[in-house]
Design a protein around this ligand. Structure first.
Ligand code: PLP
Length: 379
């Protein structure tokens, strides 16, 4: 099955009781057993729920994976995969990543004896310099948030394999429509389903996808034992959202490209960070591993003045000031004071998150209205 068919059909069956074309919302915690030890595959909804199960199969299929597991948030999915590690293990993570990912690593898991190294992954030299026999996982986010750096998944996977560690890829920004990390050698893919997969800013959810039987067994064991599952109503909403993922992301890409080009030609704009530009330092890798460049665009204003940036954000009318991304509506954000406020100023400025940096999640509205809105706000 090709992608546009998978999003609509993969893992889904018409309801056997009624023929309902949409997967029913099985709003139930438990299931009546025929006799002791005899049931229809479902015993208790933390362990497995039919609506969540359908979604897990669907999400696995669109990432070209065998196994999918869904959680109450993207961070709950990360919590699960990090819990496969043991005290003394080390993780090498990209240094330019979602603020909440940095927070869960440093403020939750460091105290359980897991050590995190944050390195630049624009090439593999820093990974190779940091890796040692305790390294058990490499954590890659690409494109990175909010600087839109691109990391070569295939190149990193070779290092991971040579050193017996797991490569985990946060594929939230790219979506499975543009990039499939498992095909590039990753062992596990993580999504904040909250973003493009849900797509309508109405659900918080996370997912893990993998191919390895043993890793999957471990993920399901932790999912059931720690219990950070998502509910059936949210699973239904995401099943519905995914049905249009390919259509939405196509338009996100078109609009993202138009906005990036508009910003690049604006006299008040300094840098524009978008992997579709040939001048982007990792444009070639983006072209190799992604089928298009997405709808996320970051930029800085000339002079790098905090007040000017905040003023521009105040003036937009269609772009809404909000955290999050990947919904149909366009959002504008200020990483230094919002998503990345948890990262110390010195750390974040090293990676480019300066005071005038503005991040756009370009939505699927009419592009003329979006450009007009940005134009009046910058002027
Ligand atoms: C939002 C986000 C997360 C965290 O996901 P939640 O669903 O908010 O818990 C992780 N990684 C990236 C890249 C994100 O954008």
């Amino acid at each position: 099955m090709k992608f546009g068919t998978k999003v609509i059909h993969a893992g889904l069956e018409y309801d056997s009781a009624t023929g309902a074309i949409m997967t029913p919302i099985y709003q139930t915690s438990t299931y009546v057993q025929l006799e002791v030890g005899k049931h229809k595959g479902y015993e208790y909804s933390r362990t497995l729920n039919p609506t969540r199960h359908a979604l897990e199969k669907n999400i696995a299929a669109i990432e070209n994976g065998k196994y999918g597991a869904c959680f109450g948030s993207g961070l709950a999915a990360m919590d699960c995969i990090i819990k496969t590690l043991n005290p003394g293990d080390e993780v090498i993570s990209t240094d330019d990543l979602y603020g909440g990912s940095y927070r869960i690593f440093t403020s939750i898991f460091e105290k359980y004896g897991i050590k995190f190294h944050f390195v630049s992954m624009s090439d593999t030299s820093e990974i190779e310099a940091t890796i040692n026999e305790n390294t058990k996982m490499i954590w890659v986010e690409t494109p990175t948030n909010p600087m839109m750096n691109i990391i070569d998944i295939e190149a990193v996977s070779k290092i991971a394999k040579a050193n017996n560690c797991i490569l985990a890829v946060d594929n939230t920004f790219a979506t499975p429509y543009l990039q499939n990390p498992l095909d590039l050698g990753a062992d596990v893919v993580m999504h904040s389903v909250t973003k493009y997969l849900g797509g309508h800013s109405d659900v918080v959810m996370g997912a893990l996808i993998c191919n390895d039987d043993l890793l999957a067994e471990e993920i399901y064991r932790i999912q059931n034992s720690s219990g950070a599952v998502c509910g059936p109503q949210d699973s239904f909403l995401v099943l519905r959202g995914i049905k249009t993922l390919h259509l939405r992301v196509q338009r996100h890409c078109e609009n993202g490209k138009a906005v990036a080009n508009f910003l690049r030609n604006h006299p008040k704009v300094d840098g524009v960070f978008w992997p579709g530009f040939e001048s982007h330092p990792n444009h070639d890798i983006a072209k190799k591993q992604m089928s298009d460049f997405g709808g996320m665009v970051s930029f800085t204003l000339k002079g790098n003045n905090l007040d000017e940036a905040l003023n521009m954000i105040k003036k937009v009318k269609i772009f809404a000031l909000a955290e999050s991304l990947g919904g149909v509506e366009s959002l504008i954000g200020h990483p230094a004071t919002m998503t990345h406020a948890a990262i110390p100023k010195e750390e974040r400025e090293k990676t480019g998150v300066v005071d005038s940096l503005i991040r756009l999640s370009v939505g699927v509205e009419d592009i003329d209205d979006l450009i007009t809105d940005l134009k009046q706000a910058i002027n």
